[in-house]
Design a binder for this molecule. Sequence first.
Ligand code: ADP
Length: 409
Amino acid sequence: MSEEKDKAAESLKAFTESKELSDRMGKIKHKIMVLSGKGGVGKSTVAANIAVSLAMEGNKVGLLDTDFHGPSIPTLLNLEGRQPGSDGKTILPIEFSEGLKVMSIGFLLPNKDDAIIWRGPMKTKVIKQLLTEVNWGELDYLIIDFPPGTGDEPLSVAQLIPGMDGAVIITTPQNLSLNDVKKCINFCRQLSVPVLGVVENMSGLVCPNCKTIINVFKTGGGKKMAGEMGVPFLGTIPIDPQIVEASDSGKPFVYHYGKTEAAKAFAGVVQPLLQMGDKTKPETKIVLSKEEEKKGMHKIAIPVVEGHLSAHFGHCDEFAIFDVDLENKKIVGQEKAPSPPHEPGLLPRWLGEKGVNVIIAGGMGTRAQQLFAESGITVSVGAPADDPEKLVISYMDNALELGSNICDH
Ligand code: ADP
């Protein structure tokens, strides 16, 4: 009997906690994760400067640092040694400035030099507690910084916050080992977290004398990789010694050095995030890299109903399949194939066997998108219900306008 009571109490506690978490997150319009494949690429610096930039535009912003092993947000914003407040029930984040509240695991750790062994489940528990108990109030944006890689911290956060708007992935030209960034992108796809875009940080050096940008390492790899993976590219940020100076002295760079080339670069990166408005996903154009264009032949499938793109992927009569030569922007063949029976997991296999590597769709559920991603098929969702041939021509011209996913179930 007492065992039953314990179970009932436990499930009531779990229910109350998840309700508290969803109420808390429900007050935040946009939740954005900042990820990187490797450490030292400037992820925390970019996360902090994105948060400050959004706040400087009049938004209410929260910055959450989930790094157990080397939380750097307190240092970057000169908040080391500060303690968050409490109203007895909730934890109150530190108000860095008007419009910007900050919470870091660093504020809660006893001493940064103490070696604490954190196991995965312990981290997940602390992260859940942070997401539930930190009282941000109403926010326009919550920017979440993580340790490098795709470990327990981003996994817990992505699973605990179902309406995540997306992830910004930071890389550098020299660290641009494609696999690391690809891993981050696949990780997001697996968890149905949209990739908002890739930022290439430390891309070229701002000359301290003449202020022009010198490309010390080869730049442009981030853009190329984003094109290959079918995700947006948000821009490059140069190496600027003043960023290190600002970071070391705890001054937000974009605020104190607003006129520099690097600050202008930050502004470009933040622009698509500012434009998110109340949409959950930014409108994106497919960016085809030169490399991808050169790959030549592509097979594009479009779900069709009554001669136009079917707004609901699962409800189409047939597929229009086009063989295209991307290099010469030409349709070289086309066929119509009646839609196979509606069976879970059948479509990715069926289209894969036909050699399809691109799908242009209207609305598509997240699970289907994940299955196609895992099968190496690039999916562009949110295309209009137009004539399939017209859509393929726009795709080849890199002018396909994508709106929101109208059938995300
Ligand atoms: P990560 O979070 O990826 O480990 P950090 O944000 O801690 O990386 O940055 C690592 C170091 O690089 C810091 O000293 C930071 O000041 C510096 N840094 C980051 N971005 C730039 C840049 N664009 N120009 C110059 N230094 C930078």
